[in-house]
Design a protein around this ligand. Sequence first.
Ligand code: ATP
Ligand code: MG
Length: 375
Amino acid sequence: MYLKQFKAQHYRNLQEFELEFDPNVNIFIGKNAQGKTNLLEAIYFLALTRSHRTNSDKELIAFGDEFANVYGHVYKSQVDLTLRVLITKKGKKVWLNRVEQAKLSKYVGQLNAILFSPEDLELIKGAPALRRRFMDQEFGQINAEYLYFASKYKQVLQQKNNYLKQLAKKEAHDLLFLDVLSDQLAGVAAEVVVRRYQFLTYLDEFAQDAYKSISSSGEELKLRYHPSVADVSEQDDTEIVYHKLLANFKQNKQLEIKKGTTLVGPHRDDISFELDGKDAHLYGSQGQQRTIALSIKLAEIQLVHQLTSEYPLLLLDDVMSELDHERQGALLSYIHGKTQTFITTTDLAGISREIIKKPKIYQINSGKIRLAKEN
Ligand code: ATP
Ligand code: MG
Protein backbone atom coordinates (compact mmCIF):
# COMPACT_ATOMS: atom_id res chain seq x y z
CA MET A 1 0.00 0.00 0.00
CA TYR A 2 1.05 3.59 -0.35
CA LEU A 3 -0.09 7.03 0.64
CA LYS A 4 -0.53 9.02 -2.54
CA GLN A 5 -2.01 12.27 -1.31
CA PHE A 6 -1.78 13.75 2.13
CA LYS A 7 -3.38 16.89 3.45
CA ALA A 8 -3.50 18.46 6.92
CA GLN A 9 -4.95 21.51 8.62
CA HIS A 10 -3.94 23.00 11.98
CA TYR A 11 -1.74 20.02 12.82
CA ARG A 12 0.82 21.19 15.42
CA ASN A 13 3.17 23.73 13.83
CA LEU A 14 2.54 22.55 10.24
CA GLN A 15 1.08 25.11 7.90
CA GLU A 16 -1.89 23.83 5.92
CA PHE A 17 -0.54 21.65 3.10
CA GLU A 18 -1.48 19.18 0.40
CA LEU A 19 1.26 16.87 -0.83
CA GLU A 20 1.60 14.18 -3.45
CA PHE A 21 4.09 11.60 -2.22
CA ASP A 22 6.47 9.37 -4.11
CA PRO A 23 5.44 5.68 -3.93
CA ASN A 24 9.02 4.74 -2.97
CA VAL A 25 11.13 7.12 -0.92
CA ASN A 26 10.31 10.58 0.44
CA ILE A 27 12.95 12.54 2.34
CA PHE A 28 12.25 15.57 4.55
CA ILE A 29 15.14 17.83 5.42
CA GLY A 30 14.91 20.50 8.08
CA LYS A 31 16.76 21.99 11.01
CA ASN A 32 15.66 21.17 14.55
CA ALA A 33 12.13 22.13 15.60
CA GLN A 34 10.87 22.85 12.08
CA GLY A 35 8.15 20.17 11.97
CA LYS A 36 9.77 16.97 10.66
CA THR A 37 8.57 14.71 13.45
CA ASN A 38 5.21 16.49 13.37
CA LEU A 39 4.78 15.50 9.74
CA LEU A 40 5.61 11.82 10.37
CA GLU A 41 3.39 11.88 13.44
CA ALA A 42 0.54 13.26 11.30
CA ILE A 43 0.94 10.37 8.82
CA TYR A 44 1.08 7.89 11.70
CA PHE A 45 -2.02 9.51 13.18
CA LEU A 46 -3.89 9.16 9.89
CA ALA A 47 -3.13 5.43 10.04
CA LEU A 48 -3.64 4.65 13.73
CA THR A 49 -5.71 7.59 15.00
CA ARG A 50 -3.17 7.98 17.74
CA SER A 51 0.17 9.64 18.14
CA HIS A 52 3.37 7.77 18.91
CA ARG A 53 4.40 10.63 21.21
CA THR A 54 1.38 11.49 23.28
CA ASN A 55 -1.88 10.04 24.53
CA SER A 56 -3.49 13.44 24.52
CA ASP A 57 -4.92 14.19 21.07
CA LYS A 58 -5.55 17.81 22.04
CA GLU A 59 -1.82 18.49 21.89
CA LEU A 60 -1.94 17.84 18.16
CA ILE A 61 -4.17 20.83 17.44
CA ALA A 62 -2.11 23.88 16.48
CA PHE A 63 -1.80 26.42 19.30
CA GLY A 64 -4.74 28.81 19.17
CA ASP A 65 -6.90 26.62 16.92
CA GLU A 66 -10.00 24.62 17.77
CA PHE A 67 -9.54 21.55 15.58
CA ALA A 68 -7.10 19.70 13.32
CA ASN A 69 -7.73 17.57 10.25
CA VAL A 70 -5.67 14.98 8.41
CA TYR A 71 -6.74 13.51 5.07
CA GLY A 72 -5.12 10.86 2.93
CA HIS A 73 -5.64 9.02 -0.30
CA VAL A 74 -4.28 5.49 -0.07
CA TYR A 75 -3.59 3.03 -2.86
CA LYS A 76 -3.70 -0.68 -2.14
CA SER A 77 -3.35 -3.56 -4.55
CA GLN A 78 -7.11 -4.04 -4.90
CA VAL A 79 -8.67 -0.74 -3.87
CA ASP A 80 -8.00 2.89 -3.21
CA LEU A 81 -9.35 4.60 -0.13
CA THR A 82 -9.81 8.04 1.28
CA LEU A 83 -9.23 8.52 4.97
CA ARG A 84 -9.91 11.45 7.25
CA VAL A 85 -9.52 12.13 10.96
CA LEU A 86 -10.88 15.23 12.62
CA ILE A 87 -9.47 16.11 16.04
CA THR A 88 -11.36 18.48 18.27
CA LYS A 89 -10.86 19.32 21.91
CA LYS A 90 -13.82 17.08 22.74
CA GLY A 91 -12.63 14.02 20.78
CA LYS A 92 -12.01 12.70 17.30
CA LYS A 93 -14.06 11.47 14.38
CA VAL A 94 -13.00 9.26 11.48
CA TRP A 95 -14.19 8.90 7.89
CA LEU A 96 -13.55 6.06 5.49
CA ASN A 97 -14.38 6.87 1.89
CA ARG A 98 -16.24 9.93 3.16
CA VAL A 99 -18.50 7.85 5.39
CA GLU A 100 -18.16 8.57 9.08
CA GLN A 101 -17.30 5.45 11.08
CA ALA A 102 -18.79 5.11 14.53
CA LYS A 103 -16.24 2.45 15.48
CA LEU A 104 -12.52 3.20 15.37
CA SER A 105 -11.88 -0.51 14.81
CA LYS A 106 -13.59 -0.19 11.40
CA TYR A 107 -11.09 2.50 10.47
CA VAL A 108 -7.79 1.47 12.06
CA GLY A 109 -5.96 -1.07 9.95
CA GLN A 110 -6.99 0.37 6.58
CA LEU A 111 -3.66 2.16 6.39
CA ASN A 112 -0.70 0.54 8.14
CA ALA A 113 2.39 2.43 9.22
CA ILE A 114 5.48 1.42 11.15
CA LEU A 115 7.42 4.25 12.74
CA PHE A 116 11.00 4.02 13.88
CA SER A 117 12.67 6.78 15.89
CA PRO A 118 15.63 6.97 18.28
CA GLU A 119 13.19 6.71 21.21
CA ASP A 120 12.36 3.17 20.14
CA LEU A 121 15.51 2.13 21.94
CA GLU A 122 13.27 2.36 25.01
CA LEU A 123 11.43 -0.69 23.75
CA ILE A 124 14.51 -2.65 24.80
CA LYS A 125 15.84 -0.45 27.60
CA GLY A 126 12.65 0.86 29.14
CA ALA A 127 9.86 -0.35 31.43
CA PRO A 128 7.48 -3.26 30.65
CA ALA A 129 4.56 -0.84 30.11
CA LEU A 130 6.27 0.35 26.92
CA ARG A 131 6.46 -3.19 25.56
CA ARG A 132 2.79 -3.79 26.33
CA ARG A 133 1.89 -0.53 24.63
CA PHE A 134 3.99 -1.68 21.68
CA MET A 135 2.02 -4.93 21.44
CA ASP A 136 -1.34 -3.21 21.75
CA GLN A 137 -0.52 -0.54 19.21
CA GLU A 138 1.16 -2.74 16.63
CA PHE A 139 -1.01 -5.85 16.86
CA GLY A 140 -4.07 -3.64 17.10
CA GLN A 141 -3.37 -2.01 13.76
CA ILE A 142 -3.17 -5.32 11.92
CA ASN A 143 -5.83 -7.31 13.70
CA ALA A 144 -9.23 -5.81 14.42
CA GLU A 145 -10.03 -8.57 16.92
CA TYR A 146 -6.88 -7.85 18.87
CA LEU A 147 -7.76 -4.15 18.90
CA TYR A 148 -11.24 -4.98 20.16
CA PHE A 149 -10.16 -7.41 22.89
CA ALA A 150 -7.26 -5.25 24.09
CA SER A 151 -9.51 -2.24 24.58
CA LYS A 152 -12.31 -4.36 26.06
CA TYR A 153 -9.75 -5.80 28.48
CA LYS A 154 -8.75 -2.33 29.66
CA GLN A 155 -12.39 -1.47 30.20
CA VAL A 156 -13.29 -4.60 32.19
CA LEU A 157 -10.02 -4.40 34.15
CA GLN A 158 -10.88 -0.86 35.18
CA GLN A 159 -14.33 -2.01 36.28
CA LYS A 160 -12.94 -4.91 38.28
CA ASN A 161 -10.25 -2.77 39.89
CA ASN A 162 -12.80 -0.14 40.86
CA TYR A 163 -14.90 -2.83 42.47
CA LEU A 164 -11.89 -4.33 44.27
CA LYS A 165 -11.15 -0.89 45.69
CA GLN A 166 -14.73 -0.58 46.94
CA LEU A 167 -14.47 -4.03 48.53
CA ALA A 168 -11.15 -3.10 50.12
CA LYS A 169 -12.76 0.00 51.65
CA LYS A 170 -15.78 -2.07 52.66
CA GLU A 171 -18.04 0.19 50.59
CA ALA A 172 -19.17 -2.92 48.69
CA HIS A 173 -19.69 -6.50 49.83
CA ASP A 174 -20.98 -8.55 46.92
CA LEU A 175 -18.34 -11.24 46.26
CA LEU A 176 -20.56 -12.87 43.66
CA PHE A 177 -20.42 -9.69 41.62
CA LEU A 178 -16.63 -9.80 41.88
CA ASP A 179 -16.72 -13.36 40.50
CA VAL A 180 -18.81 -12.16 37.57
CA LEU A 181 -16.25 -9.46 36.79
CA SER A 182 -13.34 -11.91 37.17
CA ASP A 183 -15.05 -14.35 34.85
CA GLN A 184 -15.58 -11.66 32.21
CA LEU A 185 -12.02 -10.43 32.61
CA ALA A 186 -10.55 -13.93 32.26
CA GLY A 187 -12.53 -14.46 29.06
CA VAL A 188 -11.28 -11.27 27.41
CA ALA A 189 -7.75 -11.72 28.78
CA ALA A 190 -7.50 -15.18 27.22
CA GLU A 191 -8.28 -13.70 23.80
CA VAL A 192 -5.49 -11.16 24.26
CA VAL A 193 -2.91 -13.64 25.59
CA VAL A 194 -3.45 -16.21 22.84
CA ARG A 195 -3.09 -13.53 20.15
CA ARG A 196 0.04 -12.13 21.79
CA TYR A 197 1.60 -15.60 21.61
CA GLN A 198 0.60 -15.98 18.01
CA PHE A 199 1.86 -12.59 16.80
CA LEU A 200 5.05 -12.72 18.87
CA THR A 201 5.90 -16.10 17.40
CA TYR A 202 5.74 -14.61 13.91
CA LEU A 203 7.56 -11.50 15.04
CA ASP A 204 10.32 -13.60 16.61
CA GLU A 205 10.93 -15.45 13.39
CA PHE A 206 10.99 -12.28 11.26
CA ALA A 207 13.14 -10.38 13.79
CA GLN A 208 15.75 -13.15 13.83
CA ASP A 209 15.96 -12.92 10.10
CA ALA A 210 16.16 -9.10 10.08
CA TYR A 211 18.82 -9.08 12.81
CA LYS A 212 20.95 -11.43 10.75
CA SER A 213 20.67 -9.23 7.68
CA ILE A 214 21.55 -5.94 9.35
CA SER A 215 24.13 -7.05 11.88
CA SER A 216 27.36 -8.67 10.85
CA SER A 217 27.97 -10.22 14.28
CA GLY A 218 26.35 -13.63 13.84
CA GLU A 219 24.49 -13.46 17.15
CA GLU A 220 21.08 -15.03 17.38
CA LEU A 221 18.14 -12.82 18.41
CA LYS A 222 15.26 -14.35 20.32
CA LEU A 223 11.99 -12.72 21.39
CA ARG A 224 10.26 -14.24 24.35
CA TYR A 225 6.78 -13.60 25.65
CA HIS A 226 6.29 -13.58 29.41
CA PRO A 227 2.61 -13.76 30.27
CA SER A 228 2.07 -12.80 33.88
CA VAL A 229 0.11 -15.97 34.59
CA ALA A 230 3.05 -18.24 35.11
CA ASP A 231 1.60 -21.57 34.03
CA VAL A 232 0.22 -20.42 30.68
CA SER A 233 2.01 -21.82 27.65
CA GLU A 234 2.09 -21.32 23.90
CA GLN A 235 0.18 -24.54 23.25
CA ASP A 236 -2.82 -23.39 25.31
CA ASP A 237 -5.96 -22.33 23.46
CA THR A 238 -8.28 -19.56 24.70
CA GLU A 239 -10.39 -22.04 26.68
CA ILE A 240 -7.39 -23.31 28.63
CA VAL A 241 -5.95 -19.84 29.23
CA TYR A 242 -9.38 -18.71 30.42
CA HIS A 243 -9.54 -21.53 32.98
CA LYS A 244 -5.99 -20.93 34.19
CA LEU A 245 -6.67 -17.23 34.68
CA LEU A 246 -9.92 -17.93 36.43
CA ALA A 247 -8.18 -20.38 38.77
CA ASN A 248 -5.60 -17.71 39.50
CA PHE A 249 -8.27 -15.08 40.25
CA LYS A 250 -10.03 -17.52 42.58
CA GLN A 251 -6.84 -18.39 44.40
CA ASN A 252 -5.81 -14.76 44.84
CA LYS A 253 -9.25 -13.38 45.59
CA GLN A 254 -8.53 -12.26 49.14
CA LEU A 255 -5.15 -10.83 48.20
CA GLU A 256 -6.69 -8.89 45.30
CA ILE A 257 -9.33 -7.46 47.61
CA LYS A 258 -6.65 -6.51 50.13
CA LYS A 259 -4.52 -4.80 47.47
CA GLY A 260 -7.54 -3.36 45.69
CA THR A 261 -6.20 -4.37 42.30
CA THR A 262 -5.98 -7.26 39.80
CA LEU A 263 -2.63 -8.97 40.21
CA VAL A 264 -2.21 -10.94 36.99
CA GLY A 265 -3.31 -10.58 33.40
CA PRO A 266 -2.22 -8.97 30.13
CA HIS A 267 -1.68 -5.65 31.97
CA ARG A 268 1.30 -7.26 33.71
CA ASP A 269 2.80 -9.15 30.74
CA ASP A 270 6.26 -8.50 29.32
CA ILE A 271 8.52 -9.43 26.40
CA SER A 272 12.26 -10.02 26.51
CA PHE A 273 14.84 -9.75 23.75
CA GLU A 274 17.77 -12.10 24.00
CA LEU A 275 21.05 -12.20 22.11
CA ASP A 276 22.61 -15.65 22.26
CA GLY A 277 20.47 -16.33 25.32
CA LYS A 278 21.43 -13.14 27.21
CA ASP A 279 18.72 -10.60 28.00
CA ALA A 280 19.57 -7.48 25.97
CA HIS A 281 17.59 -5.31 28.40
CA LEU A 282 20.29 -6.02 30.99
CA TYR A 283 23.37 -6.94 29.01
CA GLY A 284 23.01 -5.44 25.52
CA SER A 285 25.31 -2.65 24.37
CA GLN A 286 23.76 0.54 23.02
CA GLY A 287 24.59 -0.57 19.47
CA GLN A 288 23.11 -4.04 19.98
CA GLN A 289 19.97 -2.56 21.49
CA ARG A 290 19.61 -0.18 18.56
CA THR A 291 20.02 -3.03 16.07
CA ILE A 292 17.41 -5.08 17.96
CA ALA A 293 14.97 -2.17 17.94
CA LEU A 294 15.45 -1.76 14.20
CA SER A 295 15.08 -5.52 13.64
CA ILE A 296 11.78 -5.47 15.51
CA LYS A 297 10.49 -2.69 13.28
CA LEU A 298 11.58 -4.55 10.16
CA ALA A 299 9.96 -7.68 11.53
CA GLU A 300 6.73 -5.75 11.95
CA ILE A 301 6.79 -4.90 8.27
CA GLN A 302 6.88 -8.63 7.52
CA LEU A 303 4.20 -9.31 10.11
CA VAL A 304 1.85 -6.76 8.53
CA HIS A 305 2.55 -8.34 5.16
CA GLN A 306 1.94 -11.82 6.53
CA LEU A 307 -1.43 -10.89 7.98
CA THR A 308 -2.76 -8.41 5.41
CA SER A 309 -0.83 -9.22 2.20
CA GLU A 310 0.16 -5.53 2.00
CA TYR A 311 3.37 -3.81 3.04
CA PRO A 312 2.91 -0.94 5.53
CA LEU A 313 4.44 2.53 5.21
CA LEU A 314 7.78 2.88 6.95
CA LEU A 315 8.41 6.14 8.78
CA LEU A 316 12.05 6.67 9.77
CA ASP A 317 12.39 9.66 12.07
CA ASP A 318 15.97 10.81 12.45
CA VAL A 319 17.43 7.32 12.38
CA MET A 320 19.22 7.08 9.04
CA SER A 321 22.08 9.36 10.00
CA GLU A 322 22.60 7.34 13.19
CA LEU A 323 23.30 4.20 11.18
CA ASP A 324 26.63 3.70 9.46
CA HIS A 325 26.56 3.37 5.68
CA GLU A 326 26.78 -0.40 5.85
CA ARG A 327 23.66 -0.60 8.04
CA GLN A 328 21.83 2.00 5.96
CA GLY A 329 22.55 -0.16 2.96
CA ALA A 330 21.40 -3.32 4.74
CA LEU A 331 18.22 -1.59 5.91
CA LEU A 332 17.35 -0.22 2.50
CA SER A 333 18.05 -3.44 0.69
CA TYR A 334 15.88 -5.26 3.24
CA ILE A 335 12.89 -3.05 2.46
CA HIS A 336 13.82 -2.23 -1.10
CA GLY A 337 10.83 -1.75 -3.36
CA LYS A 338 8.43 -3.13 -0.76
CA THR A 339 7.51 -0.25 1.47
CA GLN A 340 6.81 3.37 0.81
CA THR A 341 9.39 5.03 3.05
CA PHE A 342 9.47 8.45 4.71
CA ILE A 343 12.81 9.63 6.03
CA THR A 344 13.52 12.75 8.08
CA THR A 345 16.97 14.19 8.54
CA THR A 346 18.61 17.44 9.52
CA ASP A 347 21.25 16.94 6.88
CA LEU A 348 21.19 15.10 3.60
CA ALA A 349 24.93 14.51 3.95
CA GLY A 350 24.29 11.80 6.57
CA ILE A 351 22.30 9.72 4.09
CA SER A 352 24.05 7.73 1.46
CA ARG A 353 22.38 8.90 -1.70
CA GLU A 354 23.79 6.20 -3.92
CA ILE A 355 21.70 3.64 -2.00
CA ILE A 356 18.40 5.47 -2.46
CA LYS A 357 17.30 5.73 -6.03
CA LYS A 358 15.46 8.91 -6.99
CA PRO A 359 13.81 9.93 -3.74
CA LYS A 360 11.42 12.85 -3.62
CA ILE A 361 13.03 15.46 -1.41
CA TYR A 362 11.25 18.11 0.64
CA GLN A 363 12.42 20.98 2.84
CA ILE A 364 10.61 21.76 6.08
CA ASN A 365 11.06 25.22 7.45
CA SER A 366 8.96 26.70 10.30
CA GLY A 367 6.19 24.23 9.55
CA LYS A 368 6.16 25.02 5.83
CA ILE A 369 6.77 22.02 3.57
CA ARG A 370 7.97 22.49 -0.01
CA LEU A 371 9.78 20.49 -2.65
CA ALA A 372 13.55 20.92 -2.38
CA LYS A 373 15.73 22.16 -5.20
CA GLU A 374 17.76 18.90 -4.96
CA ASN A 375 15.01 17.00 -6.81
P1 ATP B 1 14.12 17.82 15.65
O1 ATP B 1 15.08 17.81 14.51
O2 ATP B 1 14.64 18.54 16.82
O3 ATP B 1 13.56 16.49 15.99
P2 ATP B 1 11.58 18.47 14.34
O4 ATP B 1 11.69 19.17 13.03
O5 ATP B 1 11.29 17.03 14.32
O6 ATP B 1 12.90 18.78 15.17
P3 ATP B 1 9.03 18.77 15.64
O7 ATP B 1 9.10 17.82 16.75
O8 ATP B 1 8.29 18.39 14.45
O9 ATP B 1 10.49 19.24 15.22
O10 ATP B 1 8.43 20.13 16.30
C1 ATP B 1 8.42 21.35 15.61
C2 ATP B 1 7.77 22.43 16.45
O11 ATP B 1 6.39 22.19 16.62
C3 ATP B 1 8.33 22.59 17.84
O12 ATP B 1 8.99 23.83 17.93
C4 ATP B 1 7.11 22.61 18.74
O13 ATP B 1 7.14 23.64 19.70
C5 ATP B 1 5.98 22.88 17.77
N1 ATP B 1 4.68 22.38 18.24
C6 ATP B 1 4.41 21.25 18.93
N2 ATP B 1 3.10 21.14 19.18
C7 ATP B 1 2.52 22.23 18.63
C8 ATP B 1 1.18 22.70 18.55
N3 ATP B 1 0.16 22.01 19.09
N4 ATP B 1 0.95 23.87 17.92
C9 ATP B 1 1.96 24.58 17.37
N5 ATP B 1 3.25 24.19 17.42
C10 ATP B 1 3.53 23.03 18.03
MG1 MG C 1 12.13 15.41 15.30
